[in-house]
Design a protein around this ligand. Structure first.
Ligand code: NDP
Length: 451
């Protein structure tokens, strides 16, 4: 049977574009459909614009530090319009690069929604049908918000990059990556920021000591964080939003943002009709090779809800191409993934938290928290954390957790050692780079506790 294409990719985000490109570079005939902008969540409404906003939000603090270092500077004010125009020009440029990658590799693109019509057929929004030997679904995820009276007044991380003006006051709801990152961003930009999180401590699932320090530092830097608190009710009051909280507080905010999780983008793709299974979270169920129950249909990235990170979606996309088009069955490796959370201070983490490791085996904990030189000199009370979790039996470093400016950069490198199976003694025999914050990772001699 002959097909229009060897591969049809649905979704032009990180995972889909990478799979399309590497498949096309192997001489495979590829098409890709994207209903929105090319680049997906990461480039258009996630990692990239978020990180640029983190950078923007850190300058006020830098000016204060510079004053302490003897510079005659004053902070001035932040011009949201000027930043936003430049931000969106940059996103346009990046989207152009994504489109260029596809074009330069002869991937045929369709700027419209696509869904499955059968195991080898994709139906485009205009009714056109295309056949393919293999179909890859890489449609990502989408923010989800709870529903209650007035909840429609809130925005999500999708809208935050398009605000007409910077609010004077803002409520952020949630305690995950997105909520905590944006609490820091908004606070840094001068917005009076309140954060409600329903649980006992933000960043559930990460190392307790690390998230405790981030929480303290966020409060110290001005975020009005309320733990054990959620929104009950909201309504419009003039140009503000009135919010009633579970702790009885009633407040007015200029903006409310919900960062209450994301859901796989798998509705209306024709999956049910084809018998492709979805789990309770709505994610497409795939095997270790990203294959669905229908052998010609694969799925990668957030739509499969495995580890929802851009570099992971990219790896899954490449493993799919290696498996299907190189005849070399390859499973994406989901073990020991280093990651960063761009809170202020930043967290870099790889491997097990102290709590998870202690459940698994006997461990030694090496940790130090101190005021780093650069900020201490400037008179900031800010503390950082360097922490290693070590297996008593194998001496392997099971987890490394860093809370510090630049922690994302540090954990990328520490992640290599941990991924290689480095022991505490391997860390110890590495000479310290002095004076740095991360030298503490190779100079901690005595465990602070064992468990
Ligand atoms: P998360 O799942 O990390 O966090 C959702 C938060 O919302 C949790 O604190 C959760 O509370 C809370 N929540 C859920 N439902 C409700 C509700 N009904 N009412 C109040 N609170 C609620 O999702 P995010 O949206 O923050 O991030 C999604 C994913 O995106 C992450 O898992 C991550 O993989 C990725 N991401 C990665 C980044 C990075 O690498 N730096 C940055 C941003 C996103 P509870 O803990 O009680 O469940």
């Amino acid at each position: 049977m002959s097909f229009d294409y060897d591969l049809f990719v649905i979704g032009g985000g990180s995972g889909g574009v990478r799979a399309a490109r590497v498949a096309a570079q192997r001489g495979v005939k590829v098409a890709l459909a994207e209903e929105d902008r090319y680049g997906g969540t990461c480039v258009i409404r996630g990692c990239v614009p978020k990180k640029l906003m983190v950078f923007a939000s850190e300058y006020a603090g830098m000016v204060e530090d510079a004053q302490a270092y003897g510079w005659d500077l004053s902070p001035g004010s932040f011009d949201w319009d000027r930043f936003k125009t430049k931000l969106h020009a940059e996103l346009d440029r990046l989207e152009g690069i994504y489109r260029g990658i596809l074009e330069n590799n002869s991937v045929e693109t369709f700027d419209q929604r696509a869904k499955l019509a059968d195991a080898h057929t994709v139906e485009l929004a205009d009714g056109t049908r295309k056949t393919a030997k293999h179909i890859l679904i890489a449609t990502g995820g989408w923010p989800v918000t709870p529903e209650f009276p007035g909840s429609e007044l809130a925005i999500t991380s999708n809208e935050i990059f398009h605000l007409e003006k910077l609010p004077e006051t803002m409520l952020i709801v949630g305690g995950g990556y997105i909520a905590c990152e944006f609490a820091g961003i908004m606070n840094g930009l001068g917005v009076k920021t309140t954060q409600y999180y329903r649980g006992a401590q933000i960043l559930r699932g990460f190392d307790d000591e690390a998230r405790g320090l981030i929480s303290e530092e966020m409060c110290q830097s001005g975020v009005d964080l309320h733990l054990g608190t959620n929104v009950l009710e909201m309504r419009k009051e003039g140009d503000k939003i009135w919010v009633k909280a579970t702790n009885g507080d009633e407040n007015l905010f200029d903006q409310v943002m919900f960062a209450t999780g994301r859901s796989p983008n798998a509705d209306g793709l024709g999956l049910e009709e084809l018998g492709i299974e979805r789990d309770r979270a709505g994610a497409i169920v795939v095997d270790q090779y990203s294959q669905t129950g229908v052998p010609s249909v694969y799925a990668v990235g957030d739509v499969t809800n495995r580890v929802n990170l851009t570099p992971v979606a990219i790896r899954e996309g490449m493993a799919f191409v290696e498996t299907v088009f190189a005849g070399n069955p390859t499973s994406p490796d989901h073990e020991l993934i280093p990651t960063a959370i761009f809170t202020q201070p930043e967290m870099g983490t790889v491997g097990l938290s102290e709590e998870a490791a202690a459940e698994q085996e006997e461990i030694e904990v090496y940790a130090t928290s101190f005021k780093p030189m650069q900020q201490a000199f400037a008179g900031r009370a800010q503390r950082v954390l360097m922490k290693l979790i070590v297996s008593k039996a194998t001496r392997k470093v099971l987890g490394c957790h860093i809370v510090a400016p630049g922690a994302g950069e540090m954990i990328q490198l520490a992640g290599i050692a941990v991924k290689m199976g480095a022991t505490k003694e391997d860390f110890d025999r590495t000479v310290a780079v002095h004076p740095t914050m991360s030298e503490e990772l190779v100079t901690m001699k005595t465990p602070v506790r064992t468990a």
